[in-house]
Design a protein around this ligand. Structure first.
Ligand SMILES: Nc1ncnc2c1ncn2[C@@H]1O[C@H](COP(=O)(O)OP(=O)(O)OP(=O)(O)O)[C@@H](O)[C@H]1O
Ligand SMILES: [Mg+2]
Length: 418
């Protein structure tokens, strides 16, 4: 019986196969850079087929966006409001939706291993949700999905602890380390003793001083860009007159444009009908028409890609352009780093409070931390890196921001099951 580590991420997923005592990251998506990450994207076509990752995007675009495209599904896991959704006439719950995705990865692992891979160590954020009941719900749903996918033994590890393990081989002496995992949906911090002599120590629970997490990450930075540059063009703040007197249009559908997990479920006939109703008496009918066009023509994913491209440009250079053209919509908005940094400051503040709260709880000063390892795509954002540069100057180390959690889960799976 073989084992693997599985990092089911909000944006990207990775799988590390245990081979003897060693760990190998599978190339789960040949069309993606890096191939060891598959974008956590699901597409259900109208002819009842399912596609994942880069293939999901290709098929979705090729089929003129007919069908159901789902992104950031991990973010729904702690939601009590999400019960089932209908796809091609079938009622599916979250575990059903995720199980197909995990099964496709398991089948690939089985093929590579030459035998069934029945044991999985899954990552989970330090905090799925602050409410313990909803946190439990999230993990239970994920566990059920893994079992439906064919895994017989399913265990969980905190994602930042897994990341810490993958960094350990870089150290030539024991140190107290801070690991920050800044991903798409959540950000986690862990303080852990790491070092060469500790690697052989067996159960490492005693080496973990503490963890903390917060549901602020890359998707929220994207949402900020949408609020700043896109919503004003989509009739946000418009007024309509349902009973002859002008009142603001409800913000529900605009908010769905800022959260990719909600967007996948927003374009219902009921919502579109309601929006058409607002347009009839609205002062910014043209803006609301553009919102209707995005929802009705399923342009949300293209918009999402444009926003993310702009964010990545901004993290590489001092400015970016949010450029999105589709149908009657033409958005071409330059954004400077300064403007972006100012807009995301409240989110950066929440990350800082989470980190400082953890250090205070553990009674640690900044100088007690010997090295800081950052992982996750959002650690590439300059104003996020600054959080750590300011507190731990000269002690920042980073590598493999997209694969270290999966690799660390593989290392721990090897320890558990060999
Ligand atoms: N160069 C970059 N600059 C800024 N952000 C980036 C860059 N590259 C990727 N990102 C962002 O990183 C996030 C994805 O990171 P990652 O793959 O680590 O998340 P994840 O593991 O899927 O999510 P989580 O761990 O929260 O479940 C996305 O929000 C993406 O936009
Ligand atoms: Mg992650």
């Amino acid at each position: 019986m073989r084992a693997c580590g599985l990092d089911f991420g909000t944006s990207n997923t990775a799988l590390a196969l245990v081979e003897g005592g060693r760990v190998r990251a599978l190339e789960v998506d040949p069309g993606h850079e890096p191939a060891q990450n598959i974008p956590t994207l699901l597409f259900f076509s109208e002819d009842r087929r399912q596609f994942y990752g880069t293939r999901a995007v290709e098929e979705y675009l090729e089929r003129a966006m007919a069908g159901r495209f789902i992104q950031a599904i991990k973010r729904h896991l702690p939601s009590k409001a999400f019960t089932t959704t209908f796809i091609n006439g079938q009622a599916l719950d979250l575990s059903d939706l995720i199980a197909g995705f995990l099964e496709s990865l398991k089948l690939q692992a089985d093929r590579e291993a030459g035998e069934p891979v029945t044991r999985v160590l899954m990552g989970r954020p330090a905090v799925f949700h602050v409410d313990p009941e909803r946190d439990r719900l999230a993990q239970d749903r994920l566990e059920r999905a893994a079992r439906m996918a064919g895994f017989e033994e399913v265990r969980f590890r905190f994602e930042p602890i897994a990341a810490a393990r993958s960094f350990e081989s870089d150290l030539d002496r024991g140190l107290l380390c801070l690991v920050g995992d800044l991903g798409g949906g959540t950000s986690d911090f862990t303080v852990m003793r790491l070092g060469p002599q500790r690697r052989a120590a067996g159960d490492r629970a005693d080496d973990v001083l503490g963890s903390a997490g917060v549901d602020v990450a890359g998707n929220d930075l994207d949402a900020t860009l949408v609020k700043l540059k896109v919503l004003p063009r989509l009739g946000f703040g418009a007024r309509y007159s349902p009973l002859g007197r002008p009142v603001p249009v409800p913000t529900r559908l605009h908010m769905a444009m800022t959260s990719w997990h909600a967007l996948s479920f927003a374009a219902t006939e009921g919502n579109l009908e309601e929006l058409r109703g607002w347009i009839r008496s609205a002062d910014d009918a043209a803006g609301l028409e553009r919102l209707l066009e995005i929802l009705d023509w399923n342009l949300g994913f293209e918009l999402f890609r444009a926003v993310e491209r702009c964010k990545v440009e901004l993290s590489r250079q001092g400015e970016g352009v949010l450029s999105f053209r589709a149908g009657r919509i033409a958005i071409e908005e330059p954004v400077t780093r300064r403007e972006f940094d100012a807009a995301v400051q409240p989110l950066v503040g929440r990350l800082e409070r989470c980190l400082d709260g953890l250090l205070a709880r553990l009674d640690l000063r900044h100088d007690d931390i010997g090295a800081v390892f950052l992982t996750g795509g959002t650690s590439l954002v300059p104003c996020v890196r600054d959080i750590f540069e300011r507190r731990f100057p000269g002690r920042l180390l980073a590598k493999d921001v997209f694969t270290s959690v999966g690799h660390g889960l593989g290392i721990e799976a090897a320890e558990i099951w060999t």
